[in-house]
Design a protein around this ligand. Structure first.
Ligand code: ADP
Ligand code: MG
Length: 698
């Protein structure tokens, strides 16, 4: 197998388009792709025909609009290419209209109230900026999904809008620096994806994993991650075979899978692609998660994408590496977060840098909530992930430069001259001087920012919508000031200084996991939104709605509906977990406890009859298990009551608060007892695999 031969061979990409489309059609389509111009129906018809011929040659029989509703997973509806000829035969057919627009019924997707006021019909619209691809005999067309009245019902539409917002504002800033060649500014993303792999047979014996994606019970195994022997460890043959096939499947789909390695927890691994535009990175990350599950299945493995499948060992996240690049007509692109080597570039870099600092400080709550979910609540604030407090790591060197600028003092370094914006050469930042802090939730890593709070199961769309929009807002304000300035250089220097001074509280280069940081952050006035329920209300504040509507990323109704959907999702997740717990206790734990107690009691009686044997063990065990079992039934009752009461009438915030404080608390209390019972009851009385069975199953 040659990589070059399989890479992208299932993608209707640029080289295929060039080969299969008439020149004028190709040119028209490229124009639509890069400038978002309207696509004429005759052009769409030709493109659709070429796509169909290409796809059927490769064995495809169906096409499907592929979209990303608010469920967080992708949706598809397959239609075959067949058209009857009237004489009992069929021909294949695919029209431009079918390519460009679909009309799936929107009524069974989450709409957060948008559906109540508008028609049930939804539209899928071809996103020409993301290539069509073939998977399992179907031609998939990436699409945006919206309601009859044009409200976004998906995760792609607002992402595209946020990319437009940052493009517009960043271009204004570039013009001020005299840049006449840039045609657009694009946000680029490289998401590192963590996951667990366990044997399928143990997975199938855990109803909690099947129904909720995480273990709801399980005593700690004798060995966890304390030996640090898994991170970057040798790949076991089964894992290696899985990863090899995963890479190949992803390459066929045009996903640039690049890096793979073992992660910190036993059975935990990571895959990182080469970065691409925020839109394509999001599509590809959705595909990656899906293909991971499919390929795992073929290898008799189960791929767990939940943020915290196992208590007591690391959970899984996603590192969202983000930068912005300026493109020119000739096809070159420049990373605007590259510190640069000439004074001119330096000043521009510093302005973009403080734009991000200002954005992260002013909208820390939005960033926090973009990483909020019931699953991720188990990670954030726990000891292995960034805490729930947003702060930024810049590294010592960059921080000192900004501090020197702010105070007006000279930035002195052996080799360097006095620091004046635009007049001296900034030191070049080698990656390794900026990437040492692994505890920061938002770190500058040489020429990009790494947002590390995301949960592993997330669509990366939400966090990138927020990032693009908040930075667009900083840049908008900067452009407003600088466009009106009499002396650009002077105004620029003042602006950089002032911005850093006002927002430097968000910069923290120390250990984010330390206790002291929580106090220090509080003193600095940074927020610490510990749970999803604390974070989500920040989405519907006046400040948030003003931001999103100003940049046309969300209409107010869209913000409100998304808030409802996210809150509902939180409640439903905990509800399902609670019901699953009840089921497992009644179906497994009770009977294991009864059977073992029965055996112990029988033996105890016999020993007492015979009187010559020591019965201490039976007595003590029976005593402990029966006491714990009494507690078990009480705590189960408490959980069942909480589940019942969750049905009472409340508004969505009260409802989510109830789930967090009452239902989830009752679940945690119940778990403690079950986990302790597990350590006492002989293994043969239950069919549930233990943590050791699962974590060391491959
Ligand atoms: P780490 O040390 O965190 O593993 P890597 O160098 O492996 O860092 O990069 C992680 C991810 O960052 C990869 O997906 C990579 O493609 C992406 N990345 C690199 N440069 C950029 C950039 N300029 N913008 C966005 N993502 C980038
Ligand atoms: Mg990383």
């Amino acid at each position: 197998m040659k990589i070059q031969e399989i890479f992208g061979n299932m993608v209707f990409n640029d080289s295929v388009m060039r080969e299969k489309l008439p020149k004028d059609v190709y040119r028209a389509l490229k124009k639509t792709m890069s400038q978002g111009t309207h696509l004429e129906l005759n052009i769409a018809n030709t493109v659709a025909g070429a796509m169909k011929d290409w796809a059927t040659e490769k064995g495809a029989t169906h096409f499907s609009h592929w979209f990303q509703p608010m469920t967080g997973v992708t949706a598809e509806k397959h239609d075959s290419f067949i058209a009857p000829t009237g004489d009992g035969r069929v021909i294949t057919e695919f029209s431009g209209k079918a390519l460009v627009r679909g009309e799936p019924d929107a009524s069974s997707f989450p709409s957060g109230g948008l559906r109540a006021t508008f028609e049930a019909r939804g539209y899928t619209v071809w996103d020409t900026t993301s290539y069509a691809f073939i998977k399992d005999g179907t031609l998939f067309i990436p699409t945006a999904f919206c309601s009859y009245c044009g409200e976004a019902l998906d995760k792609k539409t607002p992402l595209l809008r946020s990319m437009e917002a940052i493009d517009k504002q960043a271009m204004r800033v570039l013009k001020l620096f005299g840049n006449t060649t840039a045609t657009r500014v694009i946000s680029q993303v490289g998401p590192e994806q963590e996951y667990f792999l366990i044997d399928k047979s143990v997975y199938l014996k855990r109803p909690d994993l099947i129904c909720t994606g995480r273990t709801l019970f399980g005593a700690r195994p004798p060995k966890g991650q304390e030996m640090d022997d898994h991170y970057f460890g040798r790949l076991k043959p089964r894992v290696s075979a899985f990863m090899k096939e995963l890479d190949e499947e992803l390459w066929k789909l045009g996903v640039c899978a690049k890096t793979k390695h073992n992660e910190v927890a036993p059975a935990q691994h990571e895959l990182a692609p080469i970065f691409s535009t925020a839109n394509i990175a999001t599509d590809h990350n959705q595909l990656t998660m899906e293909v991971m599950k499919t390929v795992a299945d073929r290898h008799s493995l189960a791929c767990l994408l939940h943020e915290k499948p196992f208590a007591g060992v690391n959970g899984s996240g996603k590192h969202n590496n983000w930068s912005i690049t300026a493109e020119t007509l000739s096809g070159t692109s420049t990373n605007l977060l590259e510190p640069g080597k000439t004074p001119h570039e330096n000043a521009q870099f510093l302005l973009f840098l403080v734009a991000v600092i200002k954005a992260v400080d002013e909208y820390q709550d939005l960033l926090r909530l973009s990483a909020a979910s019931a699953g991720n609540d188990h990670r954030l604030g726990a000891n292995e992930a960034p805490p729930a407090i947003i702060s930024m790591f810049l590294g010592e060197e960059l921080t000192e430069i900004l501090q020197a600028l702010e105070s007006g003092a000279d930035y002195k370094d052996k080799a360097r001259e006095q620091m004046e914006i635009g007049a001296t050469v900034l030191p070049h930042f080698p990656r390794d001087t900026t990437d040492r802090n692994r505890t920061s939730p938002f770190a500058f890593t040489g020429n990009k920012f790494e947002f590390r709070m995301l949960g592993s199961a997330f669509s990366i769309s939400g966090p990138n919508i927020v990032l693009n929009t908040i930075v667009a807002e900083s840049l908008r304000q900067f452009a407003d000031v600088l466009e009106g300035a009499a002396d650009f250089k002077q105004a620029l220097a003042t602006l950089i200084k002032k911005t850093f001074k006002e927002h430097k509280r968000i910069v923290f280069n120390g250990n984010n996991y330390a206790e002291e940081w929580v106090c220090e952050a509080k003193k600095r006035g940074l927020s610490n939104l510990k749970t999803t329920v604390d974070a989500l209300p920040e989405f519907i504040t006046k400040k948030s709605i003003e931001l999103f509507t100003r940049h046309n990323v969300f209409a107010e109704t869209e913000v409100l509906s998304r808030y409802e959907i996210m809150m509902e999702n939180y409640c439903k997740t905990i509800h399902i977990e609670a019901l699953t717990m009840v089921d497992i206790v009644k179906g497994e734990i009770f009977s294991a406890s009864v059977d073992y107690q029965n055996a112990l009691a029988k033996l105890l009686l016999k020993k007492r009859e015979l009187s010559e044997y020591d019965a201490t063990m039976e007595e003590q065990l029976l005593n402990s298990i029966s006491k714990l079992s009494a507690c078990l039934i009480k705590r189960l009752g408490k959980l069942e009551t909480a589940i019942l009461e969750s049905g009472e009438d409340r508004n969505i915030l009260e409802q989510a608060t109830f789930y967090r404080d009452k239902v989830f608390t009752a679940m945690s209390e119940l778990r403690l007892i079950v986990d302790e019972l597990e350590t006492l009851i002989a293994k043969k009385y239950t069919t549930l695999p233990t943590y050791a069975d699962m974590l060391y199953s491959v």
